[in-house]
Design a protein around this ligand. Structure first.
Ligand code: KG4
Ligand code: ZN
Length: 357
């Protein structure tokens, strides 16, 4: 039995988890900073790293206590060293180094994106799916949108990526345009349930002949619609102002068909993600498709991917799609098993890549 402590601090979640043999979660503690950042409408890097410093040790202690383990029961410590916010990553990496050195444990640096993929290996009740290669991973997070061909553990080939915004970033930006709370992804999914996805005809960037994505045109199309509603209000503005800012005019927000716009936007993003993943999977004759990253928590994406693909589709439970340390411990196990060890000079790499391409 191999037990790995995983540590994750790449963005705004301070997380620690113990996982056995790469699949069995013994503990999984996530301290979210989202309430702290909400007032800024996004992640405030300095606030994030300071908060990690305050929370990291209590979170690790809790993960050890919930796993009911002593330090001697661990085989290694795995930690995210990139990609992410440098100041945030530093807290996790330095803590992991100190603990590993002090306790005489091997240290294993993990790529955050690899962690998201490995969330699919974590056992959840009722899951019995055997995972075989080659597989296609659709990674959709706040910072990444990529189609990755995985031919074995630790073997990745990047087939496609976003040329501009990541899918999660598009959700967050459109959420802001619609006056929804941060992060936009879950907020859009919630209000979209009341909306008609066919209400607005929004663009879909197919970028035919490539495996790449683009979401900035779609975001601009939503912006134009929001501006049209702003203009409508400004025409009837009794003060005679030609235009008034959305923030100054709650009535604009009320008139804006938020649910219909959210549903149409969501349908457009998901249509492209699903169709391109499906076609790529066919072309490369993979055995299964995996969803990974925060946007993989989206119910419509999960449903559509499963419905529109003839292949088995795997996705982690929502809580394991967004940032957590169990996925880092799982990825750490497979690297540990392959003999991978990091040296004591492991440093953060904020733009760390999963593949060379
Ligand atoms: O993987 P993650 O937790 O952090 C990164 O590594 O970026 O992803 C966060 C992203 C945010 O952009 C958030 O809006 C999006 O995932 N997200 C969702 C949903 N839940 C989180 N997007 C769409 N639908 C959701 N239910
Ligand atoms: Zn992430």
């Amino acid at each position: 039995m191999t037990r790995i402590l995983g540590i994750e601090t790449s963005c705004d979640e301070t997380a620690a988890s113990v996982v056995e043999d790469g699949r069995r979660i013994l503990s999984n503690v996530v301290a979210s900073q989202i309430d702290l950042h909400r007032q800024y409408g996004g992640i405030f890097p300095e606030v994030a790293s300071r908060q990690h410093i305050l929370t990291i040790m209590p979170v690790i202690r809790q993960a050890m206590a919930e796993a009911e383990l002593d330090w001697d029961d661990l085989d290694a410590i795995a930690v995210t060293y990139g990609p992410g916010l440098p100041g945030s990553l530093l807290v996790g990496v330095n803590t992991a180094k100190g603990l590993a050195y002090g306790r005489g444990l091997p240290l294993i640096g993990i790529n955050h994106i690899e962690g998201h993929i490995y969330a699919n290996w974590l056992m959840v009740e009722g899951s019995s799916q055997e995972i075989s290669f080659p597989l296609l991973a659709l990674i959709v997070s706040g910072g990444h949108t990529e189609l990755i061909l995985m031919t074995d553990h630790g073997q990745y080939r990047k087939l496609g990526r976003t040329l501009d915004d990541a899918a999660g970033e598009a959700f967050d930006k459109v959420g802001r345009l619609l006056g929804l709370e941060f992060p936009g992804g879950p907020a859009i999914e919630r209000v979209a349930r009341e909306g008609n996805p066919l209400a607005f005809k929004l663009p879909r960037a197919w970028l035919k002949g490539t495996y790449d994505f683009s979401f900035s045109g779609l975001k601009t199309a939503v912006l134009r619609i929001v501006q049209k509603y702003e203009d409508k209000v400004s025409l009837t503005d009794s003060a005679g102002n030609r235009r008034i800012a959305v923030s100054q005019a709650p009535s604009v927000i009320r008139q804006l068909p938020v649910a219909n716009l959210a549903a149409s936007f969501q349908a457009s993003v998901i249509d492209v993600l699903v169709e391109k993943a499906r076609m790529t999977a066919e072309e490369y004759q993979v055995k299964l498709i995996m969803l990974a990253g925060g946007v993989a928590a989206n119910r419509l994406l999960r449903q559509q991917m499963a419905e529109r693909s003839a292949l088995p589709v795997l996705y982690p439970p929502p809580a394991l799609c967004t940032d957590n340390a169990a996925m880092i411990a799982s990825a750490g196990y497979f690297r540990y098993r392959a003999g991978h060890r990091s040296s004591w000079d492991l440093d953060v790499i904020s733009n760390l890549k999963l593949t060379d391409g």
